[in-house]
Ligand binder design. Structure first.
Ligand code: NAD
Length: 260
């Protein structure tokens, strides 16, 4: 179990992040959830996590595109729990456009949230992990940390960067009981995927059904979306004793996408 441990999951008011938070709570961990959304809905989820874990769950609404806000979130976690034992860098956004039309503000947002935020949370979490001689850093990377798709220049760049960052910190932390790994899902059915369907329709001139079957599931040999719970299951495994020697790895959960 993860009783006595504290897990912080960025971008956990929705989708994959919420599934991680629920999985950690089910193992008895304290949980810090983060992200945006309807305040009442978030409070309901927070209470649900405490009911599941029998431990504490707190909410941070900090905007992780800003370094002072990231510092605020990490301070909030340290004040509540003394530090973060399991750090999951999961918050991320997508934008789909040809490179020559790619909005500069979207590029900057995606690099800040999907890549730079993980550097800041990591540098702030690592001293506590080293002191405890135990820590788990888990990134929600993507199949796009390994291969590219057209019209996703910022996202593919950020996720490849995240994969390189993770290998680097895995080497730095290898003798401190701290592992760092990427989980790389293919297409997971979440609001992020649903939200990019209209833009992909526009960029490629396709119908909704064509985007789902010919673009999204085209890449996934199993012809099935990955579930958020399947991604969270890998994170729990990485926190288990069986996984102490898994570090610097990039674990695909993509229905065979990157095998092809
Ligand atoms: P989602 O849209 O359901 O959730 C994104 C979360 O990030 C939400 O909680 C949102 O509030 C939060 N967020 C957005 N902007 C933020 C900000 N500035 N500061 C703090 N939080 C912010 O998306 P998801 O599909 O669950 O994606 C989660 C992660 O998984 C992302 O990193 C994404 O790139 C990755 N991923 C998703 C898929 C997929 O198919 N859904 C595949 C591979 C990787």
């Amino acid at each position: 179990t993860l009783t006595g441990k504290t897990a912080l999951v960025t971008g956990s008011t929705s989708g994959i992040g919420l599934a991680y938070a629920k999985a950690f709570a089910a193992q008895g961990a304290n949980v810090v959830i983060n992200g945006f959304g309807d305040a009442a809905a978030i409070e309901t989820e927070r209470q649900g996590l405490e009911a599941t874990s029998g431990a504490k769950a707190i909410y941070s609404g900090h905007d992780l595109t800003k370094v002072d806000e990231i510092e605020g979130m990490m301070r909030q976690a340290a004040e509540a729990f003394g530090g973060v034992d399991i750090l999951v860098n999961n918050a991320g956004v997508q934008h789909v456009a040809p490179v020559e039309d790619f909005p500069v503000d979207k590029w900057n947002l995606i690099i800040a949230l999907n890549l730079t935020a993980a550097f800041h949370t990591t540098r702030l979490a690592v001293p506590h992990m080293k002191e405890k001689k135990w820590g788990r850093i888990i990134q929600t990377a993507s199949a796009h940390s390994l291969v590219a798709s057209p019209f996703k220049s910022a996202y593919v760049t950020a996720k490849h960067g995240l994969a390189g960052f993770t290998k680097t910190i895995a080497l730095e932390l290898a003798t401190f009981g701290v592992t760092a790994n990427c989980i790389s899902p293919g297409y997971v059915w979440t609001p992020l995927v649903e939200g990019q369907i209209p833009d992909t329709m526009k960029a490629r001139g396709l119908t909704r059904e064509q985007v789902i079957n010919d673009v999204l599931l085209e890449s996934q040999p199993t012809k099935q979306f990955v579930t958020p719970e399947q991604v969270a299951g890998i994170a729990l495994f990485l926190c288990s004793d069986a996984a102490v020697n898994i570090t610097g790895a990039n674990i695909s959960v993509d229905g065979g996408w990157t095998a092809g």
